[in-house]
Design a protein around this ligand. Structure first.
Ligand SMILES: Cc1ncc(C[n+]2csc(CCOP(=O)(O)OP(=O)(O)O)c2C)c(N)n1
Ligand SMILES: [Mg+2]
Length: 386
């Protein structure tokens, strides 16, 4: 039989009535960002959790100001501050269990520190070192990721692999509003939903991708709405309300752990500082806008709640500030020590088995260093300043 003869077999029968493959209604985000602080829901929030969140927020804010100061002192190459976004940072770390994995972006140092990574090690990469500073496996924290959204497919791959192996692991991946326009965002969310991978995507919508405001980035009703197109639930939350972000993320992590698949959470927040120490934000936004967000500051919101419920007094707040000062002093002291660097370290951990070229380069550098050591200090060039 020829292909032409078979044609009749391919003739389509009348289609059945079209129906969506899944009901989109339960996947849609709430019309308003979810809030806890200052609402009736706050009465149900665990006082101990609120106090823990507060201590972390105060430490986090101090970490941001200290790290920014270190860039001005030449001790850090660059620091993307998360001032104003501390609630998202802290809630992301606290929503995870020990066996889970965090996939941070470059702005998420606070989440990395809240997860237990040493504050100095968390800054190693931003200091300009060639390695990430901490052992990702020890803390189950992927390296701070600068290429936008590339951490998202990694998170999906790890979560999917863990599920195939039967390991009880959830991955939480953090990304900015600008990162949602990357191809990697699309690929990660699509695979996550098709595989029902145990992964939670946290988009911190802080209003800007460097100087590009959200309106120039997307025409979507909200970033949380993007979830529906992939077949996963989208949640919209007030990103400055630490109790709300913690609740929404904890629920999304629980859902993923129970086999329910991924969730996309959009946290509405604001980047109070410039993009990094290398950026001048006054060139693309009004100070008045920044000031309106200061009234919705994450520390202020939580402090109001704790005070109104009698869960903290002046002494409690002072203790949190003193603890943060001690952390900042330790960070300062350790960051002001000049690390002793061995150039030969450059060749370690590049490959599990060094390639012949790498071995050759290593031998060449060793010979050069030995020759230099034998020759003594290099003579000063003619006319050099003394
Ligand atoms: C693939 C890629 N393209 C471009 C950049 C340059 N870049 C660095 S940060 C940034 C803006 C990202 O904005 P957003 O995702 O909203 O994160 P935010 O900085 O606001 O936390 C851009 C375009 C990059 N790092 N990686
Ligand atoms: Mg942004």
């Amino acid at each position: 039989m020829t292909v032409m003869d078979q044609r009749g077999a391919y003739r389509p029968s009348p289609p059945p009535a079209w129906q969506p493959r899944t009901d989109p209604a339960p996947l849609l985000p709430d019309p308003e960002p979810y809030r806890v602080l200052g609402t009736e829901a706050a009465g149900q929030a665990d006082p101990e959790l609120l106090r823990t969140l507060y201590a972390h927020l105060v430490r986090g804010r101090r970490y941001n100001t200290q790290a920014t100061a270190l860039t001005k002192q030449g001790r850090l190459a660059v620091y993307p501050s998360s001032t104003g976004q501390e609630a998202c940072e802290v809630a992301a770390a606290l929503a995870l269990k020990e066996q889970d994995w965090l996939f941070p972006s470059y702005r998420d140092t606070l989440a990395v520190v809240a997860r237990g990574v040493d504050p100095v090690q968390a800054l190693t990469l931003l200091r300009g070192d060639w390695h990430t500073g901490y052992d990702p496996r020890e803390h189950r924290v992927a390296p701070l990721c600068t290429p936008l959204a590339t951490q998202l497919p990694h998170a999906v791959g790890l979560a999917h692999a863990a599920r195939l192996k039967g390991d009880d692991v959830v991955a939480l991946a953090m990304v900015g509003d600008g990162g949602t326009s990357e191809g990697d965002f699309h690929e990660a969310l699509n695979f996550a939903a098709v595989w029902q991978a145990p992964v939670v995507f946290l988009v911190q919508n802080n209003g800007f991708a460097i100087s590009v405001p959200l309106a120039k980035q997307t025409a979507a009703p909200s970033l949380a709405h993007k979830a529906v197109g992939y077949g996963m639930p989208g949640r919209l939350v007030d990103g400055n309300d630490a109790a709300a972000v913690h609740e929404v993320l904890t629920e999304a992590v629980r859902h993923a752990r129970a086999g329910g698949g991924p969730t996309l959470v959009e946290a509405i927040t604001y980047r109070v500082d410039a993009h990094t120490n290398a950026d001048d934000a006054t060139r693309y936004r009004e100070n008045a806008e920044v000031e309106t967000w200061r009234e919705h500051d994450p520390i202020l919101l939580l402090e109001r709640e704790l005070t109104a419920r009698g869960l903290i007094d002046e002494d409690g707040m002072r203790a949190a500030r003193e603890d943060a000062e001690a952390m900042a002093a330790d960070l300062r002291a350790r960051m002001h020590q000049d690390p002793v660097l061995d150039p030969m370290d450059l060749f370690d951990h590049v490959y599990a088995e060094p390639t012949p070229q790498l071995r050759e380069e290593r031998a060449q550098l060793r010979a050069e260093l030995e020759a230099e050591a034998e020759a003594g200090p290099a003579p000063r060039p003619e006319g050099a300043l003394r």
